[in-house]
Write a protein that binds this ligand. Structure first.
Ligand SMILES: O=C[C@H](O)[C@H](O)[C@H](O)COP(=O)(O)O
Length: 276
């Protein structure tokens, strides 16, 4: 099928400014905001990761008038900075425990809209603002769109643990729950482990394809381990996930009964808005 002229033009302009991966993230973020962040939405959750800046960019484009009446709830340091630097109103989930819509990134999303999150160690707060939201939406590039978790994202399930319990939880994961190569996540530019925004450690626990066929069960088993604060498996929490593709289109997985996967083109967004 020939590519519509408008789509081809937008893709060419985008690529001149952004890499194809960045363009695909932006396409997913823009469509998610256009479809789910409506004028009547006043409390908005902002997740973490490399696609989320484009979410905020698109929300800012909705205009100062609309945004002055809104409160934005961050999932951690990165999103808090994004909210503040874009002069949006900052709130927190303790003051606003009901959120209209939360949009967040993901490390991987399967065909039932289960996802791995926490590659950036933000999954505790992310799960809170996802659970608080009436609508939870995922955005990512095509590399995160998989049939089964653990396909491209191989470090495993991020598990946030209180520091004094990390060795015990590590043993539980390795010897009881079937993740023999589970490891404590170490910092890159600091001696010692990664410390989360909540002062905890993170263990990365890979599991086999068989285990990932039923993510809810392994999530529940990990969560039952004493010392675990939160597990980076979000099981069927999102109602919709948008994946930007290399060709400028966006694939959508939606939870309307069985999860459906269909592609949409970016032609509804004027080229002038993409070329900013
Ligand atoms: O802890 C981090 C979050 O769960 C991110 O949303 C996730 O890791 C995806 O991040 P990125 O888009 O940077 O790959």
């Amino acid at each position: 099928m020939p590519v519509p002229t408008e789509v081809a033009r937008i893709t060419a302009q985008s690529v001149s400014k952004l890499t194809p991966i960045e363009s695909s993230k932006r396409a997913a973020a823009y469509i998610a905001v256009d479809r789910h962040v409506k004028p009547e939405h006043k409390i908005i959750g902002i997740g973490s990761g490399s696609t989320v800046p484009y979410v905020v960019e698109r929300i800012v484009q909705q205009g100062a008038e609309l945004n002055k009446g809104r409160i934005f709830i961050p999932s951690g340091f990165q999103s808090k900075e994004l909210i503040v630097s874009n002069k949006l109103n900052l709130g927190d989930v303790d003051l606003y425990p009901t959120i209209d819509v939360t949009i967040d990134g993901a490390d991987e999303v399967d065909n039932e809209l289960n996802c791995i999150k926490g590659g950036g160690a933000c999954h505790l707060r992310e799960k809170c603002i996802a659970e608080a939201a009436k609508t939870f939406i995922l955005v990512a590039d095509y590399r995160k769109n998989v049939e089964f978790l653990g396909t491209n994202f191989t470090p495993g399930v991020p598990v946030e643990v209180v520091p004094f319990a990390y060795a015990k939880v590590l043993q539980n994961l390795q010897h009881v729950l079937g993740s023999p190569t589970a490891t404590l996540r170490m910092a890159k530019a600091k001696a010692g482990p990664v410390v989360t925004d909540n002062g905890n450690f993170v263990i990365d626990a890979p599991f086999s394809r068989d285990v990932f066929r039923d993510p809810f069960t392994i999530m529940a088993r990990i969560k039952m381990l004493t010392g675990v604060v939160e597990v980076g498996l979000f099981c069927r929490m999102a109602i919709c996930s948008y994946f930007g593709n290399e060709d400028g289109s966006v694939s959508v997985k939606e939870q309307v009964g069985p999860v459906e996967d269909h592609r949409i083109e970016m032609s509804h967004i004027p080229a002038s808005e993409l070329d900013i």
